[in-house]
Design a protein around this ligand. Structure first.
Ligand code: AMP
Ligand code: ZN
Ligand code: FE
Ligand code: FE
Length: 281
């Protein structure tokens, strides 16, 4: 069982890295990828918890924005944590999430919703990349809404009047950075159309030129038609096909390992990193 895309409370998941690794071991996963949004903060704790036969793939899900304003998530796996430019890129994105949150809160307050930055900070675990899910949790705590899911179907959706984007690299810039840091780049849930505007198949050549390694095909936000289109695209472009849960603990319905990557595709992906960086104990 190989699950390459999960979140901890170092971003918007609810399990600590320790809890997540322990769950993966208890479930009998063979390979677990940890990919918190725009951070590597959970890597050390996850590696320290590792034991038995589980192989750990350290990574990050990098928030990107195209020149047309389309939000894209890029999984960077197996890159060098010491790569300075990569860490600066991640830090700049995290920094940009603060003024963005203030703007979203301002818009809500202007609409008469009782919410403040203190409320959101109280909902954010220490050291976590700040995101809309923390705003959702704060709104739940205030009794404005009932769940994260409800928030994302309404007031926190990309199409909502309250939505504000934040500064982020373009997908091609993120891919180039991941590769220069020795890692591999997999575009996450590219056809997840419920989240907002998505890339077209014709946009992929530019990403391949930047060094894209794979496409996340099997994901709960893709319907069967979208998966079929992406599988064909990956075959035509000679890209690795992955499947993953995008597990967020209790923050999302996604169950650990509900979608998986085949051993053959994983082997192909791993061989494209510049060094053998999988953590094993
Ligand atoms: P942000 O990065 O701040 O724009 O927030 C986007 C994050 O919200 C993504 O990482 C998603 O995992 C999360 N998200 C999107 N839809 C939902 C949902 N329906 N329930 C919980 N979390 C969601
Ligand atoms: Zn998330
Ligand atoms: Fe994502
Ligand atoms: Fe994710």
């Amino acid at each position: 069982m190989i699950d390459l895309h999960t979140h901890t409370n170092k971003s918007d998941g609810t399990d600590s890295p320790r809890e997540l690794v322990n769950k993966a071991i208890a479930m009998g996963l063979t390979v677990l990828g940890i990919s918190d949004h725009d951070t590597t903060a959970g890597w050390e704790e996850a590696a320290q918890t590792l034991r038995g036969g589980l192989h750990l793939v350290l990574g990050s899900e990098i928030s990107c924005l195209t020149h047309d304003g389309i939000s894209v998530h890029m999984l960077g796996l197996l890159f060098d944590q010491e790569h300075q430019q990569m860490q600066i890129m991640l830090e700049e994105t995290r920094d940009g999430r603060l003024p963005r949150m203030r703007k979203m809160i301002e818009k809500m307050r202007a609409a008469g919703i009782d919410i403040s930055m203190q409320d959101v900070e109280a909902a954010r675990p220490e050291g976590a990349t700040l995101g809309r899910p923390h705003l959702a949790d704060a709104l739940v705590n205030k009794g404005v809404i009932s769940s994260r899911d409800q928030a994302f179907q309404g007031m926190l959706n990309n199409d909502s009047e309250f939505y504000v984007s934040h500064a982020a690299p373009t997908p091609a810039e993120a891919i180039a950075m991941i590769r220069s840091a020795g890692g591999v780049a997999v575009i996450a849930h590219p056809f997840a159309s419920l989240r907002g505007q998505i890339l077209q198949a014709s946009d992929f050549q530019e990403l391949i030129d930047a060094g894209l390694n794979g496409i996340e095909v099997d994901h709960r936000d893709h319907n069967p038609d979208e998966r079929q289109m992406l599988r064909k695209l990956a075959r035509d472009l000679d890209l690795v096909v992955t499947g993953s849960s995008d597990y967020h603990g209790t923050g999302k319905l996604n169950a650990l390992a509900e979608f998986q990557t085949s051993p053959a595709e994983w082997e192909k992906l791993e061989s494209q990193a510049d060094k053998r960086r999988v953590v094993k104990k």
